[in-house]
Design a protein around this ligand. Structure first.
Ligand SMILES: CC(C)(COP(=O)(O)OP(=O)(O)OC[C@H]1O[C@@H](n2cnc3c(N)ncnc32)[C@H](O)[C@@H]1OP(=O)(O)O)[C@@H](O)C(=O)NCCC(=O)NCCSC(=O)C[C@H](O)C(=O)O
Ligand code: MG
Length: 289
């Protein structure tokens, strides 16, 4: 299992941030060529990001590059350059359809991208939310959906409020699409980098909804995010007891038992095994803080 609790954006033109990330405890990094880079800096950022990916300074962290959108003047050159250095993933903003996914996939293949480079599709327009199912199923090269909640809120004319009621329908539709297609899904960013309590509440909400993790914009968001999206010690202990009790019950020919007064069937054991696998994968992270 590959944990994707914390996925930190690094502005591609910011050498200091790219360097600093070598010591940051993110499960994944997204080196950004899109919104965090001014138009005049796009080409220099593309060179810097590709040199960084080629130098591979981030150990076992998953490394992705966010290219500029399909409709922009920079997209084709971004895809060609990124394909040559073969990051773990190419993040494509403002995906609108399955056709968009296949277009990016074809362009990557034509540019010689290695097989290990997957596509992560950003869902950040109303049309994309309504087509999330076709986007998620467009190709096996597409492995992750990433919510772009700033763009989405702008397009919806939704207000930013605690609890995110105006976004919940969109978040849930995308989760349904991702899970039905067997793909991972990441929540969007939290803009107020000083509001630790508000950020942590949003992480808890995202985990409760079913997201695998959250995209982040600041190193200060890493610790709470990694903690919230990892199983707690109590959850790990409970999962161990569920697995052990059920194995014993099965040996005695029983298919349903109670643990701490609650019914446990095979599906709960599968959930418990997933908790244990995630806990183990998180323990193995070499870049823990
Ligand atoms: C949000 C920021 C502009 C805040 O910057 P600043 O106030 O300068 O931060 P600090 O002074 O607190 O920084 C402290 C140190 O941490 C380093 N730092 C800051 N951010 C990052 C980062 N993302 N990665 C690595 N390192 C980072 C600073 O360099 C300081 O280091 P040092 O000098 O050594 O002490 C800033 O955090 C920022 O630019 N964040 C990323 C913004 C970004 O990538 N935006 C694009 C992605 S989000 C998006 O596009 C939304 C999506 O598409 C949607 O629609 O929702
Ligand atoms: Mg966006």
């Amino acid at each position: 299992m590959r944990p994707r609790r914390s996925v930190l954006y690094l502005p591609g033109a910011n050498e200091r941030a790219l360097k600093k990330a070598e010591a940051l405890a993110a499960d994944a990094l997204v080196l950004d060529l899109e919104d965090a880079v001014a138009p005049d800096a796009k080409e220099a950022a593309r060179r810097r990001v590709c040199e960084t990916v080629a130098a591979a300074p981030y150990g076992r962290r998953e490394v992705a590059v966010r290219v500029n959108g399909i409709d922009t003047q920079w997209h084709d050159a971004d895809v060609r350059a990124v394909a040559e250095v073969g990051p773990d993933a190419v993040v494509v903003p403002k995906m609108g359809s399955a056709e968009d996914v296949r277009r990016v996939e074809d362009a990557l293949a034509e540019a010689g991208a290695p097989d290990h480079t997957s596509v992560w599709a950003m869902i950040e327009t109303p049309a994309a939310v309504l087509r999330a199912e076709e986007i998620a199923n467009a190709s096996s090269t597409l492995t992750v959906l990433v919510m772009g909640t700033n763009d989405l809120a702008k397009e919806l004319r939704a207000e930013s409020v605690p609890g995110r009621a105006p976004l919940l329908t969109s978040l849930s539709l995308c989760l349904l699409a991702a899970r039905a297609a067997g793909k991972s899904i990441l929540d969007g960013v939290y803009n107020d980098v000083r509001d630790t309590a508000g950020f942590e509440a949003e992480c808890v909400q995202a985990r409760q909804l079913g997201f695998d993790g959250k995209s982040l914009i600041h190193p200060g968001q890493l610790e709470p995010c990694n903690r919230v999206f990892a199983p707690s010690e109590a959850e790990v202990e409970h999962a161990r007891r569920v697995v052990a009790a059920f194995e014993e019950a099965v040996a005695q020919g029983r298919g349903v038992i109670t643990v701490d007064g609650r019914m446990v069937e095979n599906l709960h054991v599968e959930q418990a095994r997933r908790v244990l696998a995630l806990a183990e994968a998180v323990r193995d992270r070499p870049e823990r803080d």
